[in-house]
Design a protein around this ligand. Structure first.
Ligand code: RIB
Ligand code: CA
Length: 308
């Protein structure tokens, strides 16, 4: 059976780190590369964190650093949520391998170009790298099966009342990707804020007495109960995007026209979902609106335990 070809673009980040662990537990996947983008923290820190997590989990994959800032705007980071390192909490050893000596956008373009089969692209950070790749090499569009993107919200935001963080950091990049014509599943706060790990889950992870389960517990201990975004527990934003790419039935999606607000006084970064088709625009995004919680946590916990 041909493996599913996958690319991951991320900004580790606690939930990105857990998303990477879930992704590399999928034995039916061939993850061709991991690229990092500035978002939760600066590019230097998200790159270091990706290398450190992959090293700690003994995962070997080409990793390349992409954009250090959004296409047009100043970078917003999230130390309030992820700490100064972007992965505060666990004491991770230094990475045991180096990044590719190539820009992450070049890595995305060249990796996709050399495949004979279509690739699924999973994004768990701002969409700067993917947008730049599509702008720089439009030919890769036809070799992308679909994009599964953690970002946006049909409902309220988490960084402003209107906007979710990943989209807000680079609304222009998000707009370009969302209107690229490539099949796109938006895994937004509407479902990720239902995918909550609780204190009991941390205790369960610790009881497993396994290296990676303990590592995830330590990540959650720092990440949990981030009152700033009004969510109790630890929302598994990015792991849910990976789960959707692996087992689409973990959510229920419906296709709607979705536009990205780039010029609002209070609404910049909002994913504007035209539920009532008022605009008459063609639907362009599969919006995830319902979560199968039991299935998701079965996938996530099974993946964590699959590491020795
Ligand atoms: O809004 C949640 C998203 O922003 C997640 O991807 C988290 O890692 C941060 O990047
Ligand atoms: Ca992220």
């Amino acid at each position: 059976m041909m493996k599913k070809l996958v690319l991951i673009d991320c900004d580790p980040g606690h939930d990105d780190a857990i998303a990477l662990l879930l992704a590399f537990a999928r034995k039916e996947w061939d993850i061709l590369s991991v690229t990092t983008v500035a978002g939760n923290q600066t590019l230097e820190k998200t790159l270091h964190n990706a290398l450190a997590v992959l090293s700690y989990a003994e995962i070997k994959v080409p990793v390349a650093a992409g954009y250090a800032k959004p296409l047009l705007r100043k970078l917003i980071t999230a130390p309030e949520i992820h700490g100064e390192t972007g992965l505060d909490g666990p004491a991770l050893p230094e990475p045991n391998f180096s990044p590719e000596p190539v820009h992450g956008v070049r890595q995305i373009i060249e990796t996709i170009r050399k495949q004979n089969e279509k690739v699924t692209v999973i994004t768990t950070g701002p969409l700067t790298n993917l947008a730049a790749a599509l702008i720089g090499a439009p030919d890769i569009k036809e070799k992308i099966e679909k994009i599964v993107s953690m970002g946006g919200a049909a409902g309220v935001g988490n960084w402003t009342p209107a906007a979710e963080f990943n989209i807000l950091v680079d609304p222009e990049a998000a707009s370009f990707v969302f209107t690229s014509g490539i099949p796109l599943t938006m895994v937004g706060l509407d479902v990720t804020n239902q995918a909550i790990m609780e204190h009991d889950d941390i205790d369960w992870l610790k009881r497993q007495d396994r290296k990676i389960a303990t590592f995830v517990a330590e990540l959650l201990e720092f990440f949990i109960d981030q009152e700033r975004v009004g969510v109790k527990g630890a929302p598994m934003h990015d792991p849910l995007a990976v789960a959707v790419a692996a087992v689409p039935e973990v959510v229920v999606c419906k296709k709607y026209p979705v536009k990205i607000e780039m010029g609002g006084n209070y609404t910049t970064g909002r994913t504007v979902v035209d539920f009532n088709r008022i605009t008459g625009e063609e639907p362009n995004v599969d919006v995830a609106l319902e979560l199968n919680r039991d299935l998701f946590f079965k996938l996530l916990k099974g993946a964590i335990l699959s590491y020795g």
